[in-house]
Design a protein around this ligand. Structure first.
Ligand SMILES: Cc1cc2nc3c(=O)[nH]c(=O)nc-3n(C[C@H](O)[C@H](O)[C@H](O)COP(=O)(O)OP(=O)(O)OC[C@H]3O[C@@H](n4cnc5c(N)ncnc54)[C@H](O)[C@@H]3O)c2cc1C
Length: 305
């Protein structure tokens, strides 16, 4: 099986998440080639074929041209699977590529089970297994799900792609920096996060007190933020902040892939969960099986002494 892995490139830089595509292809045991629409100086450290198209010529964001380039690379590579990151870039292009190839598209893959694709469903409460019924398929993978652990290395064999540049139907105006967050969790050494398991808004105070006692900041999962218990600036995860503190304490957090994407690179992870089989246990250095609202106030009181 052959994969064509589409690198992520923004504002003149290759994004590290591109290497997760390699980890995904490795899980499949598939052959790998990459495509970068960017600058040669940013070519991935990958000792295989890298198709390169010049972003200076085609633009960083130009779905019309990029689709043609992806199709050309897929044709040359005879790729069975064309794999994007599940980002705004991948969301745009994967369906367009699938439509052009009249092939299946599977979005937001979080795992591989016997060469089939595991996909988050119902706000990641369920997983479904999907398998394309067409010989080719366009895929998007969830960032953080395949975490590339190895040090990237290797010198790419570059093969250039040029296409006739047609008129673009979208004009790329530019990037606008997101509003500055009043809380920069990324700088915190200690984060104590509240998950839905804390039960109710009033209980968040106890989690915040533990964060304070440890000299850290309060984090939260998305349901806690959606319920209005905590401000969005505290959300950790794929649609919140990505953090890697020295200590991350997850209180009543199940460990859904979207949350893990934001914190699994923390140096030391303590999880407090009443379910000994909660998925957070897979990344936690210590899993305390307890009722969070019994343990946390007692712990805070002990620390205060
Ligand atoms: C596109 C998309 C983006 C998303 N982005 C994010 C994101 O950025 N960040 C994020 O967090 N989520 C995100 N999500 C949601 C994510 O998929 C999960 O639904 C969410 O992380 C689950 O939050 P939770 O762990 O607080 O709740 P649950 O999954 O409901 O887990 C609660 C946990 O608490 C435990 N528990 C219950 N009671 C107690 C108790 N008394 N004591 C101890 N433990 C207890 C339970 O055993 C359970 O493990 C996103 C989802 C989608 C679809």
């Amino acid at each position: 099986m052959k994969t064509l892995l589409i690198c992520e490139y923004r504002q003149g830089k290759l994004l590290d998440v591109s290497y997760e595509l390699l980890a995904f292809a490795e899980r499949l045991g598939a052959d790998k080639a990459m495509l970068l629409i960017g600058d040669e100086s940013q070519a991935p450290k990958f000792g295989g074929k890298v198709y390169l198209a010049d972003a200076g010529k085609y633009g960083e964001y130009n779905p019309d041209a990029h689709k043609q380039i992806v199709l050309e690379a897929a044709r040359r590579e005879q790729a069975d699977l064309i794999v994007f990151v599940h980002s705004s870039y991948g969301w745009d292009l994967a369906p367009q590529v699938a439509a052009s190839l009249r092939c299946a598209q599977v979005s937001e893959i979080v795992g591989v089970v016997e060469s089939k694709f595991e996909v988050a469903a119902c706000n990641a409460k369920l997983r479904r297994i999907a398998t394309p019924k067409t010989p080719q398929a366009a895929l998007t993978i969830q960032a953080g799900a395949f975490g590339y652990r190895g040090e990237a290395q290797g010198t790419p064999q570059i093969e250039r792609i040029e296409i006739p540049a047609g008129p673009a139907r979208i004009e790329f105006v530019g990037y606008e920096a997101a509003e500055k967050k009043e809380l920069d969790l990324a700088k915190a050494d200690v984060i104590v996060s509240a998950g839905r398991g804390v039960g109710k808004k009033d209980n968040v105070t106890a989690i915040a007190a533990l964060a304070k006692a440890l000299g850290g900041e309060l984090g939260a999962t998305r349901p806690v933020v959606d319920a209005g218990w905590v401000e969005h600036s505290h959300q950790v995860g794929s649609t919140g902040q990505v953090v890697s503190p020295k200590l991350y304490v997850a209180c009543g957090v199940s460990g859904a892939i979207h949350h893990l994407a934001g914190m699994k690179n923390s140096e030391f992870i303590v999880a407090i969960n009443k379910d000994k089989d909660a998925p957070i246990g897979e990344v936690a250095d210590v899993l305390v099986v307890a009722d969070v609202m019994q343990l946390v106030p007692a712990l805070t009181a002990k620390l205060a002494k």
